[in-house]
Design a protein around this ligand. Structure first.
Ligand code: 9MR
Length: 568
């Protein structure tokens, strides 16, 4: 294992539930057998034969899977191929992903803007406050009658989006929506996650406290004069690789966009529902969220063409804005999500009737740019409280969700690494780790809320994608900082680069393998062009090794949900 040769063994480096399918991949066509031993390699617990060679359809490499599912006795083990080729110890135990669930949620704490992170909560990653965002300029693109350009507004808090220090409403939308959905879908375990944050002693779950850090910021991004929501709060240009408190460029809110406003609508409508039981701790907040959602919805209805097009914006206004665009030419999916969340919360059929819930036969995998399917998830999770008009559509909504889950779970036994992720080259886009995690959510929503013949396979497939994320993949990395034996050490993450601490900030999900990364970030050092092998653990590789809140959120969901379902 500690040889200088890269290992040919690909495994989920954290471990396995006792009753789970346990597979490890080996890049070989010669090896035949394997052993599972005690950590000292002295006692053989299990001897097995590697399965037949499968070709990785993207790299052409030969892969053989080792299956040791029958080893169920909790303990620490090592996978041994031969005298020189074996793994670090891994665990078989219940709650094996609990630290990851907690750690990936804690990742959001480290992303907090406008507040210091004291050592009491942040350990060696303690840092000074960055970006107070109490003096933010209204960019000329965002000027309205109520707030002329140059107006100074206050918009503190929120999470930094990613490795950069800007705050984007579109990406906050799916991120907060995913975390709130976890509270709705798996409340018992979601509420029990303990992350040691400043709010941990209050009466709210840490997951909710963390989410409120960003939700409250989002509320400040709504223009009180008309209900529209600024697309983002940003510098004109990206900062250098410095700590947050050293990044002091002028901050702007830019153009109100229909996509940001509709994502905001959806999240506020959902939050209103999730916050209702906490009325005593958060007086009035649920109502404020609903009002904000309704005003935003009105604005979006009156401004359907207000898409965010950064190039067009820069042709008309100065200064040029060159940070993340989150541009999207189509707001119809955002409209479906917003209307559906409003409908569920208010039970007012008008919202439901305002949209075409099934514009085509596709059920797109959710991403920041494509949120239609979040509406389907919301409907099945709130099935019991729908009015008749929504109830009538439920069978079709379930059919769409099952179709989505089948797309990922079918064929995993032919996939070289035995994972749902990676069956198609198109999985390996910018932020592919989140594709894997979002596939996992689709599978788990289908598992929880539908009753087709493939249910068991959905759960197994979701778990296979966690195996993917934790190392059973073509490049052999666990993509979560600090969780595994081969993890990203140099993420494109300004604090991790600049803080002088050797280990990167933990609990953050690297974007992962991205077929186009070489051309996109032009970082030197990529060694392969196979779609599932283009990954580089270097901080210049922002197209394969950045971290982002919309990638961490589905990781929190996937790990927490699997913890809830581990006995199934
Ligand atoms: O996640 C985004 C990805 O889908 C896009 O292809 C990419 C290029 O536009 O941008 C990604 O988002 C980045 C954002 O624009 C700025 N903050 C960092 C985000 C993650 O790389």
């Amino acid at each position: 294992h500690s040889q200088s040769q890269p290992s040919i063994i690909r495994l989920n480096q954290l471990g396995y539930y006792p009753n789970a399918v346990k597979q490890i991949a080996v890049l070989t066509d010669s090896a035949e057998t394997f052993k599972i031993t005690t950590p000292d390699r002295k006692r053989v617990i299990f001897t097995g034969k590697l399965k037949d060679v499968r070709k990785d359809s993207l790299s052409g490499k030969s892969v053989r899977l080792a299956d040791f599912s029958s080893v169920a006795q909790p303990g620490k083990y090592v996978f041994v191929l031969d005298k020189e080729t074996y793994t670090e110890p891994f665990a078989i135990k219940t709650n094996v992903y609990r630290p990851l669930a907690t750690g990936s949620l804690k990742g959001f704490y480290y992303q907090r803007a406008s507040t210091p992170l004291p050592a009491e909560f942040a350990g060696e990653w303690a840092r000074a406050a960055g970006h107070p965002d109490t003096q933010v300029q209204v960019h000329p693109s965002a000027a309205s009658d109520g707030r002329p350009k140059g107006t100074i507004i206050s918009s503190p808090g929120g999470w930094y989006d990613a490795g950069d220090y800007n705050k984007y409403i579109v990406n906050s939308g799916i991120t907060v929506g995913t975390l709130l959905s976890l509270l709705e879908d798996f409340p018992t375990i979601a509420k029990a996650l303990k992350t040691n944050i400043p709010e941990s002693d209050n009466a709210l779950p840490d997951l909710l406290d963390e989410t409120l850090w960003n939700l409250r910021w989002m509320l400040t991004m709504q223009d009180p004069s008309d209900g529209g929501v600024y697309h983002k709060l940003t510098n004109a240009k990206f900062d250098g690789m410095v700590m947050p408190d050293k990044a002091t460029a002028t901050r702007y809110v830019v153009q109100k966009s229909v996509t940001a406003t509709l994502d905001f609508t959806a999240v506020m409508a959902q939050a209103s529902r999730v916050l209702k039981p906490y009325e005593r701790q958060l007086p009035g907040l649920a109502d404020s969220c609903l009002q904000a959602a309704q005003r935003a919805w009105q604005w979006a209805g009156a401004n359907p063409k207000a898409l965010y097009d950064q190039d067009a914006l820069n042709r008309r206004y100065k200064p040029d804005i060159v940070t993340g665009a989150y541009g999207d030419k189509d707001a119809s999916d955002e409209q479906i999500w917003a209307a559906t969340e409003l409908y569920i919360t208010t039970k007012d059929d008008t919202y439901y009737k305002a949209i075409k819930l099934f514009p085509d036969e596709k059920t797109p995998l959710p991403s920041w740019a494509q949120v239609r399917t979040l509406a389907y998830y919301a409907l099945v999770r709130n099935a019991a409280s729908l009015t008749p008009i929504g109830k009538r559509d439920l069978p079709q909504v379930k059919r769409y969700i099952m179709e989505l889950a089948d797309r990922f779970s079918t064929g995993i036994d032919q996939q070289a690494y035995g994972t749902a992720m990676g069956q198609r080259a198109s999985d390996f886009i910018w932020g592919s780790s989140a594709e894997a995690a979002n596939q996992g959510i689709a599978l788990l929503v289908a598992y929880k809320y539908t009753s087709g013949p493939n249910k068991k396979q959905y759960l197994r497939s979701a778990l296979s994608n966690l195996d993917y994320l934790l190392g059973r993949n073509a490049v052999g990395y666990s993509f979560v900082t600090g969780f595994g034996t081969q993890t990203p050490l140099h993420p494109h993450h300004r604090p991790s680069v600049a803080d002088g601490v050797e280990a990167p900030v933990p609990g953050l999900l690297s974007g992962g393998t991205n077929a186009q990364a070489t051309q996109q970030d032009k970082c030197a050092g990529y060694t392969s062009t196979a779609p599932d092998e283009v990954y580089l653990d270097a901080d210049c590789s922002y197209a394969s090794n950045e971290i982002a809140i919309n990638w961490n959120a589905p990781l929190v969901y996937l790990t927490t949900a699997l913890e809830a379902l581990q006995a199934d």
